[in-house]
Ligand binder design. Sequence first.
Ligand SMILES: [Co+2]
Length: 445
Amino acid sequence: MAAQTPADELSKLSVADTNGTNGTKTATPAANGQKHDSDDDDDDEAAEGTAATTETGAAKKKKKRKPKKKKKAPTEQSDPPRVLISQLFPNNTYPKGEESDYIDDANRYRTTDEEKRHLDNLNSDFLSDYRQAAETHRQVRQWAQKTIKPGQTLTEIANGIEDSVRALVGHSGLEEGDAIVAGMGFPTGLSINHCAAHYTPNAGNKMVLQQDDVMKVDFGVHVKGRIVDSAFTMAFNPRYDPLLEAVKAATNAGIKEAGIDVRMGDIGGVIQEVMESYEIELNGQTYPIKSIRNLNGHTILPYSIHGTKSVPIVKTNDTTKMEEGDVFAIETFGSTGKGVVHEDGEVSHYAKNSDAPKVDLRLTSAKSLLKVINKNFGTLPFCRRYLDRLGQDKYLLGLNNLVSNGIVEAYPPLVDVKGSYTAQYEHTILIRPNKKEVISRGEDY
Ligand SMILES: [Co+2]
């Protein structure tokens, strides 16, 4: 989910030819849950074999077969994805993301430092929750990438992604409080063409994906509040390839630059340099690709998608540093338009403010809606469809009242100029004590 830059820091950078390719390797070691199962079976059989020496052959055979009767757990994901990730990777053996060492002189020691490794080991629950959420994101998005086609409605696409996420973490989110245990980390953004972010269909939306559309798919998965925020862009016409390539390279450059003690403004500079080394030809006209300067990456806190630090995607003077323990969403947006977004259109995304003021609400509908939000989302972002599926109706007055009281924040769609095209790629990275981990990295992006 995109974070908006309130202050407009403008330091334009003109860039010479930079080939923005970034050879990123994917490491998704296949964790193997089968070994443990078969070990168990062997143990059972060995124990039976020695204990049951006096039994008849038939009785022994009957007894022996028993443990094998249990239905084999699926070892492959279904289509559409409905198999629990915890079943595919038993005993918390979720695949790691892409790990890399800190390579600058001041932090190189961390790779082998015992104390840092010890600190890292203390985080095993944090890491396995994060990796479970990330694997869910990968499997759902890879299914989405092969299934989404022009002609589908945005509602169909969003429901397809969200039903899959909820099934894979095993929480439908329909019973009170269930969505807080695990599920959607924020609504599925399906932002098309000049719309860069924060668009998801509300009830009754009839929008259909078109052949020449450029669609940003930005969704979050959380497990116990550990939110993976990752996004990609889909286009069916190859004429947009340079735009997508620019943004993917820019995001990867930002990820590569990230590390302990690295300054935010410098990361922005690297991202902008790569992004703006690209151009694109559309209908015989050449457009420079610009970083959208008022969108940025951000830290992620438990149950809170936008932490306190921002990662700009243009060069700035921000000297805030990345620190051990931070979780960052590195996201970049490229545009053929002005490279600035503004709010436009009907709101779908909302989130309760973590520092919501204590207000004595006079509107009954606002009061009861706030209870629903507290119980089902807490500070996790939600959209109107999520209220609909909980059986809420006629909630708009109450919802708007919570927004005007500063309790809930509205996140309207963010758009560049009409006729322009925007793209986005995003990953979540963990600044672990001894390593950096691109938790959401996959073979796709
Ligand atoms: Co984000």
